[in-house]
Design a protein around this ligand. Structure first.
Ligand code: BTN
Length: 170
């Protein structure tokens, strides 16, 4: 004998909360993906944020790896310079710095490299820029302090320059 709709037990006619939620969630994810794809195809700029973390190379070929950052804006990493003012063998050196805090799209920062292979220190200051395709660039200026033997030589102890960094991997 056939059951009428009214005779079907409640458990069979009512989907569970979870069964109802899953298709709705998949629909929303699909909708977001369509929006993102449409944005990319139409060239609508997505709101990228510049991050200092990662592997960078500058215009001299030097490489820097910013490997850790904390929620106080401090960051740490290593620097391998391609060039040197000395004839000593170049080695990887530590860097430490701090960046502008808060919900900032293109933060400013500063860091110090204490060269492990010679008596000098370089400080960099700069800003992290991101374009509307998500490409990040670090525009910096630096001061390199060399050790001199006497105060009379102090005038020649500091070099100044600029470096631009782009990401090696993303
Ligand atoms: C030294 O020679 O005293 C230590 C290495 C200095 C390398 C300098 S720091 C500024 C510039 N940018 C680089 O990537 N390397 C040079």
């Amino acid at each position: 004998m056939q059951r009428s709709q009214a005779q079907v037990p409640a458990a069979e006619t009512h989907q569970t909360h979870q069964q109802l939620q899953l298709p709705a969630m998949m629909q929303s994810i699909g909708f977001i993906m369509v929006l993102v794809l449409a944005g990319v195809t139409l060239g609508i700029p997505l709101n990228y944020k510049c991050s200092l973390l990662g592997l960078w190379q500058n215009d001299l070929g030097s490489e820097m790896n910013i490997s850790a950052g904390n929620n106080a804006g401090k960051f740490f990493g290593t620097y391998l310079t391609k060039v040197s003012a000395t004839h000593k063998p170049i080695a990887v050196s530590p860097l430490r710095g701090s960046q502008q805090m808060g919900n900032v799209k293109q933060p400013m920062f500063g860091f110090t490299v204490t060269w492990s292979f010679t008596d000098s220190t370089t400080v960099f200051v700069g800003q992290c820029f991101v374009d509307d395709k998500g490409k990040e660039t670090l525009q910096t200026m630096w001061l390199l302090r060399k050790k001199v033997d006497s105060i009379e030589d102090n005038w020649q102890a500091t070099l100044v320059g600029t470096n631009n960094f782009t990401r090696l991997q993303s």
